[in-house]
Design a protein around this ligand. Structure first.
Ligand SMILES: Cc1cc2nc3c(=O)[nH]c(=O)nc-3n(C[C@H](O)[C@H](O)[C@H](O)COP(=O)(O)O)c2cc1C
Length: 343
């Protein structure tokens, strides 16, 4: 039992990554916490009333400690009508896209979620995409909530510690899904380099995320100085997850070099299995609109593809650990495989 496990009430050093988009169901998160890890809900694409339903569900499941993840809204300016129209002409079904939410509305939504976490006495809150604002840090801390920030470089980890986080999740370039990087100078750094250099620079515990799918990866991260790991892709393919069956199948078939970082689904860098949409737009990678605007425009395309069980236009988020995942497990089996025994 180390400082972090004590702080987050875990008997195994395993955190199930929050994964926005429907994968991290309350049943998945509750099963992870029950098995001695820390289960997580992802609120990134949820409205606050939807998050409240999930929090109530967690209570009904009798979950002890669990984490709720918040996206910190970005400050990018809205794109011009001409740029939007240009992309609407190229993205299938983009005419069905909803209107863009204003940055003010995003912050309102963020603050409502913070209030919900306080009201529901959520024990752990994590942030991604930027430093959380000071008012949210103060409010959550006053309510006794433990705070985790996401960093993709040592410099980002230092800023998160200064902002008052209790621990930092270092996300290596191997990681599946969106990168939490927020400094323009941050490039893709592998976890093997990121863990020890961050551990040497900050005084709070480090959690390692990216490419970990089995016990050897967990032990390697701990040997480098991390106090726990945050695992995403391996939980995506669990029986209890809400992942689309086609997405699961693509993960089972993929090898490590089948994934790539791309901006062509959301406007923000994320790692997924290469498909037709990624290949067709590789050359336009730098021309995409910023997040969340591009995400809004590609949403109908992704939804249509999912309905038709067509992986060519779905965002198949996955980390580089995919090559070692071959079949569905339940949470208890995966937890036992990642960290056998009770401690
Ligand atoms: C489908 C998917 C969705 C994700 N959504 C989120 C999210 O909402 N918030 C977040 O902080 N991280 C998110 N991540 C990143 C994870 O927190 C974590 O860094 C990553 O899964 C670790 O790499 P791995 O997938 O190789 O285990 C997501 C990852 C995946 C695969």
């Amino acid at each position: 039992m180390n400082e972090l496990m004590n702080m987050l009430s875990m008997t195994k050093p395993i955190i199930q990554a929050p994964m926005a988009g429907g994968a991290t169901t309350p049943s998945l998160a509750a099963a992870v916490s029950k098995a001695g890890g820390l289960g997580s809900l992802a609120s990134g694409y949820l409205k606050s009333d939807q998050l409240e339903k999930q929090l109530n569900h967690m209570r009904q499941c009798g979950a002890r400690a669990f984490q709720v993840n918040l996206f910190v809204p970005g400050a990018e300016g809205e794109p011009s009508e001409r740029e939007v129209q240009r992309w609407k002409d190229m993205i299938p079904y983009a005419d069905e896209a909803g209107t863009f939410t204003s940055i003010d509305d995003e912050w309102k939504d963020f603050d409502q979620k913070v209030d919900l976490l306080v009201e529901h006495r959520v024990q752990v809150c994590s942030f991604t995409f930027d430093l959380p604002p000071e008012h949210a840090v103060m409010k959550l801390k006053a309510a006794g909530c433990r705070l985790l920030g996401t960093a993709c470089s040592v410099e980002e980890a230092v800023l998160l510690e200064e902002r008052g986080m209790d621990a930092v999740i270092v996300q290596g370039a191997e990681a599946g899904g969106h990168r939490g990087a927020f400094l323009p100078s941050t490039r893709a750094v592998g976890l093997m380099s990121l863990i020890p250099q961050t551990v040497d620079r900050i005084g709070i515990p480090v959690i390692a995320a990216g490419g970990i799918t089995e016990e050897r990866g967990v032990r390697a991260a701990l040997a480098l100085g991390a106090q726990s790991v945050q695992v995403g892709t391996a939980f995506l393919v669990c029986k209890e997850s809400g992942t689309h069956p086609v997405h699961k199948e693509q993960i089972f078939q993929a090898s490590a070099s089948d994934t790539k970082l791309t901006k062509v689904f959301s406007g923000k860098e994320a790692r997924g299995i290469v498909n037709a949409w990624m290949e067709e737009n590789e050359k336009r990678e730098q021309e995409v609109l910023p997040y969340p605007y591009f995400n809004t425009l590609t949403k109908p395309m992704r939804q249509h593809a999912a309905k038709q069980n067509d992986p060519s236009h779905m965002s198949l988020w996955a980390g580089q650990g995919v090559g070692s995942l071959g079949e569905e497990e339940n949470v208890d089996e995966l937890m036992e495989r990642l960290w056998p025994g009770m401690s």
